[in-house]
Design a protein around this ligand. Structure first.
Ligand code: PLP
Length: 354
């Protein structure tokens, strides 16, 4: 079967007349704007936020298009990549009828978003080496499977998925393949964004929350063929990214060298922290990571999790998750934070030995 976008989209979305916002209808320059029921007297703040923001984030898309080498029509900007995940589910999946496929262990939002929308979740677990199980994926999808979510580098395992496996899935599957690259900036691998030119069913998600250090602004991005992006724009709330978030993102683009330097530093410390963790007697495996965290298998993860809390350090307990038995997920911190973590773990190690 061939990929056919118009067959894949829900009927109600295909015929949707989107909300026409004031700023969407008239985006030009004028002196007096009396079209959006804003407050012409301004904000009770030192800066003015009285006007609605650009609904299509034109300036940000211009910067991204330049940086990434695609056109603005290939870019969606949203309230975190979580908004893109939810939109894709709502555009393509009929509640109570369709399903999505995920490859556990992976990011939790795909399943939560599906559950909220009454969409069934099918699972094809990763192999023991955390690579995709192509055979299991092929056996698990059915004609109601609309979306396959792949996360690369994967959260919480930290590894990138094989590019060829992802492309093979995109070529054989006639639904949408979403490649979540939230951590790609910490990896040596190339992004799959260039593949959207030859694969009309690939959507690549990235975010400003991790490598860019802007999680609090809530800005994520999706890259895909223009018709898919157009659907996302039609379904999203008209003003989904606030004025202040857009302004701060543009400012961050001016400081890209800081971002690059911090990525390099985090990658370096990832190696150092992995080394220190591996030396601890109770640590069984520090999995190779291409992200800004380490998945660490150990004896007694729950006890260590609690001990770290007493030391005022909180990590993520993943020990009950499929294929992550015994594992904690630890984000790379500052050099001081990493040193404090290792000190706390050595303290535990001594108490444990005696
Ligand atoms: C952190 C993370 C995101 C980011 O979500 P935002 O809504 O953009 O903050 C997306 N995907 C994965 C796998 C993540 O770990």
């Amino acid at each position: 079967m061939e990929f056919d976008l118009s067959k894949l989209v829900r009927e109600n979305i295909k015929g949707l007349l989107p909300y026409s916002s004031a700023r969407g209808e008239f985006g030009g320059d004028a002196e007096i704007f009396l079209d959006a029921n804003e407050n012409a007297f301004g904000s009770p703040l030192s800066a003015d936020y009285s006007r609605y923001p650009d609904p299509l984030q034109t300036l940000i898309k211009g910067k991204l298009a330049n940086a990434v080498g695609v056109s603005a029509a290939n870019i969606f900007v949203g309230n975190g990549s979580d908004e893109a995940i939810d939109l894709l589910i709502r555009i393509f999946c009929r509640p109570g009828i369709d399903n999505i496929l995920i490859c556990p262990p992976t990011y939790g939002m795909y399943e939560v978003s599906a559950n909220i929308n009454d969409i069934k979740v099918k699972r094809a677990d990763l192999c023991l080496d955390y690579e995709l199980d192509l055979e299991s994926i092929g056996n698990t999808i059915d004609e109601a499977t609309k979306l396959i979510f792949l996360c690369s580098p994967n959260n919480p395992t930290g590894n990138s998925l094989k590019r060829n496996s992802i492309l093979k899935i995109a070529e054989l599957f006639c639904g949408i393949v979403i490649v979540d690259e939230a951590y790609v900036h910490f990896s040596e691998r190339e992004s799959l964004i260039p593949e959207i030119k030859t694969h009309p069913n690939i959507v690549v998600l990235q975010t400003f929350s991790k490598a860019w250090g802007l999680a609090g602004l809530r800005v994520g991005k999706a890259f895909a063929n223009a018709p898919v992006i157009d659907l996302m724009n039609r379904v999203k709330p008209p003003y989904n990214v606030s004025h202040i978030a857009q302004k701060m993102i543009l400012e961050a683009f001016e400081n890209r060298s800081v971002v690059e330097a911090r990525i390099a530093e985090i990658v370096k410390m990832r190696g150092e922290l992995a080394g220190s963790l591996a030396e601890l007697s109770f640590v069984d495996t520090v999995y190779p990571s291409e992200a800004n965290f380490l998945l660490v298998k150990m004896t007694n993860p729950n006890k260590i999790y609690d001990l770290l809390l007493i030391e005022n350090i909180v990590v993520r307990n993943r020990s009950t998750i499929t294929l992550c038995e015994g594992c904690l997920r630890i984000t790379i911190g500052t050099p001081d934070e990493n040193a404090t973590l290792i000190k706390a773990l050595r303290k535990y190690e001594k108490g444990f030995v005696h």
